[in-house]
Design a protein around this ligand. Structure first.
Ligand code: 3PG
Ligand code: CO
Length: 555
């Protein structure tokens, strides 16, 4: 069994309130007109930066530092919060699927054997995000999956696409559909009946998260399962091009559409005897559709018709709920997280965000685990997010409310750790609206200030960091860093995350003299933060954790 008892830190005291603030989508880059963080008034974060190098530094938040396949992989919230909470680097879904496809093991596992039973008499439906963003899914993995099922007896394949524009450039959906159509044509040459059956933008169809808006999943269900949607086309490329031509349309929010045959009949509703695979590896935006596909008792929306299918996820999306019960690749097993250690050592923990990021500071932080380790010592508060809007319409989001909850938790002295996620830089950054993102960054900074003031009052300690970059660079650049223009001469807006490092700052009256960042972990990343936080609670971190970022100098 695991020994949960943490050794006392030889120098750092216990009993200080520690605020852990994660600014979502807040990277560090040179100031310029596309750097919304630099443009925004952020006096609080600016003052923290003045503490460099002893109290402020940068940490890596992308690529292999967070368990992603390559250094070209931008960071994201799932892997970022996993690393922050777990203190070690785990090979993440993107990598695990790559390995399973490369070795062919994906086609030998329980999940694949299960869905394969439907190949002889049923259709295989593949539902997921069509892009090479690498955050939730990857096009090349879908291509290998299609090739693999083609070689293993599938007779009929229907792909239900979700267009991206959030982890990749807006407008790139067109090229991805072309690529997919090519691959499907190759399958057809081999006598396999392979088509795109439905589609829609990821933020409008299927990929909601943390139960923010079930209507999103319902629109997907109607198109994918029932074959019903407000728009009908005979060809997916035409669908995407036509719907994108509407004023204000973009890939993220395309309305749902179904592909119909020459008689107007949908080409691929999901029916009894079919198999379904959701090919996203990332969990947060797949849990809701997985529930709708798998649960017998389900009251979130009227499913109208519930086909008897064999369903598998690319990964298991929720280890606690065991959802879905069949999957093609096993997820990373993230155990012994800092949250669990601290609670088992008596640290009373408060965590808070608004709905769209609530699971990030709880589920992802705790190694993809829902619920409390010890309900007597923990309280997790979710502030309802606005739904049905794009966040550039309300760029302040619930930052103030989150900060006030954190402040109250700190001042109550009922908690040893108060942890929040401030979503603004990320959620507004994803809209590509530069002006709104500047407002968002200012709001996040004001929220940090409220929390630090409360820490000041109780004599506590703060750790302020971020999970990955986003708002610090809103333009697509060439290799030399020059902004890229699109055909119409406008700059190409970058809605996605970035490869930039993120800041981490420590401070507060509870920090004993001499505590400073070490200079011998220059390549430190998000995974080094957990040991740092454990130390600030007065404990030594477990020996296999990535090294702490701090030391106590004799002064
Ligand atoms: C999303 O799901 O919104 C984006 O693909 C990634 O954003 P996140 O990693 O910041 O949640
Ligand atoms: Co994001």
């Amino acid at each position: 069994g695991v020994s949960w008892k943490l050794a006392d830190h030889p120098k750092l005291p216990k009993g200080k309130t520690v605020a852990v603030v994660v600014l979502d989508g807040w990277g560090e880059a040179k100031p310029n007109e596309y750097n919304c963080i630099a443009t925004a008034e952020t006096p609080c974060m600016d003052s923290l930066k003045k503490g460099a190098p002893e109290k402020w530094r940068l940490v890596r938040a992308h690529g292999t530092a967070v368990g992603l396949p390559t250094e070209d992989d931008m960071g994201n919230s799932e892997v970022g919060h996993n690393a922050l909470g777990a203190g070690r680097i785990f090979a993440q879904g993107a990598k695990l699927v790559d390995l399973a496809l490369a070795s062919g093991k994906i086609f030998e596992g329980e999940g694949f054997n299960y869905i394969k039973e439907s190949f002889a008499n049923g259709t295989l439906h593949l539902i997921g995000l069509l892009s090479d963003g690498g955050v939730h899914s990857r096009l090349d993995q879908l291509q290998l999956l299609l090739k693999g099922v083609g070689e293993r007896g599938v007779k009929r394949v229907r792909v239900h696409i979700l267009t991206d524009g959030r982890d990749v450039l807006d407008g790139s959906s067109v090229g991805f559909v072309e690529t997919l159509e090519n691959d499907l044509a190759k399958l057809r040459e081999k006598g396999i009946d392979a088509k795109i059956a439905s589609g829609g933008g990821r933020m409008n169809v299927t990929m909601d998260r943390y139960e923010n808006d079930w209507n999103v999943v319902k629109r997907g269900w109607d198109a994918q399962v029932l074959g019903e949607a407000p728009y009908k086309f005979t060809n997916a490329l035409e669908a995407v091009k036509t719907l994108r031509a509407e004023p204000k349309a973009n890939d993220q929010y395309l309305p749902p559409f179904v592909i119909v045959d020459e008689n107007g009949k949908p080409v691929g509703p999901i029916v009894d005897g079919d198999a379904v695979v959701t090919f996203n590896f990332r969990a947060d935006r797949m849990v809701m559709i997985a529930k709708s596909l798998e649960y017998e008792n389900f009251d979130k929306f009227d499913r109208v018709r519930v086909p008897k299918i064999r369903y598998a996820g690319m990964l298991e999306y929720d280890g606690e709920l065991k959802l879905p019960s069949h999957y093609l690749v096993s997820p990373p097993e993230i155990d012994r997280t800092s949250g669990e250690y601290l609670v088992k050592n008596g640290i009373r923990t408060f965590a808070c965000s608004e709905t769209v990021k609530f699971g990030h500071v709880t589920f992802f932080w705790n190694g993809n685990r829902s619920g409390y380790f010890n309900a007597d010592l923990e309280e997790y508060v979710e502030i309802p997010s606005d739904s049905g809007i794009t966040f550039n319409e309300q760029p302040k989001m619930k930052a103030l409310q989150i900060a006030e909850k954190a402040r109250d938790a700190i001042l109550s002295r009922k908690f040893d750790q108060v942890r929040v996620n401030l979503p603004n830089g990320d959620m507004v950054g994803h809209t590509g609206d530069i002006e709104a993102t500047v407002v968002a960054c200012k709001a996040a900074d004001e929220a940090v200030k409220i929390i630090l003031d409360a820490i000041e009052q109780v004599g506590g300690i703060y750790v302020v960091t971020a999970d990955h970059g986003n708002a610090e660079d809103m333009v697509k650049r060439d290799k030399s860093g020059k902004p890229l223009l699109s055909k119409d001469g406008k700059i190409q807006i970058l809605t996605s995350h970035t490869l930039e490092p993120v800041p981490i700052a420590i401070g507060g009256p509870g920090l004993i003299p001499g505590v400073r960042f070490r200079n011998d972990v220059p390549s430190g990343g998000l995974a080094n933060v957990a040991a740092t936080v454990i130390n600030l609670h007065g404990f030594e971190a477990p020996s296999d954790y990535e090294p702490t970022l701090i030391e106590v100098a004799d002064k």
